[in-house]
Write a protein that binds this ligand. Structure first.
Ligand code: DC
Length: 222
């Protein structure tokens, strides 16, 4: 069994890199951001403000979240419904970021994340995986890149998904979200003390994947 934690700000390529590493190593990829997006989606459906801590806390008992893997791809089910790409919009990104600052939401999602890592070898990406969720992970990586590079990647990803977005808006939204995520009181985005910092500005996707695999091999060998 191996646990690989990848944390970092938005647009660093955590999810695409982690997915590729998981496929190469034959382990399970866990996208934890999808869980916060799912809570955000339900909060939006219920017309509750994502800033309303009490309101959000009160509806958590109505939520059942399940993660299933179909052909190796992670699907998140909210009360039995596969949400698919509905959680991938800029609006859902902002809802996810806001509800993720609420301690009750983080506590609600804790066991779901830890249980998967107990039963499977995983590469898990998020903001607090190395610091809070899997503090004993075998490999911890803090993946980052320059602001412009990250915003451009996110922009291209959204355009490829057919969304009508402007680069400037993507950059502004990304910065606002990163600020929220890294300055919140509970489990802010942070590199664990024993994490390896990997800045992939100017690195290709394949180079980043290879670098993560090399780090995993090196740590495992020790
Ligand atoms: O990784 P992502 O963009 O899908 O994450 C959406 C939001 O969820 C992000 O802005 C902050 C929150 N999040 C978190 O607080 N902790 C995690 N482990 C993963 C995501």
């Amino acid at each position: 069994m191996i646990q690989i934690a990848i944390d970092g700000p938005g647009g660093a390529g955590k999810s695409t890199v982690a997915k590729a590493v998981a496929a190469k190593l034959g382990i399970v990829y866990v996208d934890t951001g999808a869980l916060y997006r799912t809570v955000g989606y339900y909060v939006r459906q219920k017309d509750i403000s994502p800033d309303d801590r009490e309101g959000v806390g009160a509806i958590l008992c109505e939520i059942s979240i399940e993660i299933k893997y179909v052909d190796g791809a992670q699907h998140v089910f909210l009360n039995g419904e596969d949400l698919g790409d509905k959680i991938r919009t800029p609006e859902m990104s902002m809802y996810a970021s806001k509800v993720s600052a609420i301690p009750a939401v983080r506590a609600f999602l804790l066991d779901t994340q830890r249980d998967i890592a107990k039963k499977n070898s995983v590469i898990m990406d998020g903001r607090d995986i190395g610091t809070v969720i899997l503090p004993n992970a075998d490999v911890k990586i803090f993946l980052t890149a320059s602001e412009e590079c990250r915003a451009m990647r996110r922009y291209k990803e959204l355009i490829e998904r057919g969304q009508d977005v402007k680069y400037e808006d993507v950059l502004a939204e990304m910065n606002q979200r990163d600020k929220q995520d890294s300055t919140r009181d509970v489990a802010p985005t942070a590199a664990a003390a024993d994490a390896v910092l990997l800045d992939n500005t100017g690195m290709t996707f394949d180079q980043t994947v290879d670098a993560v695999i090399a780090l995993a091999m090196e740590k495992r060998g020790k």
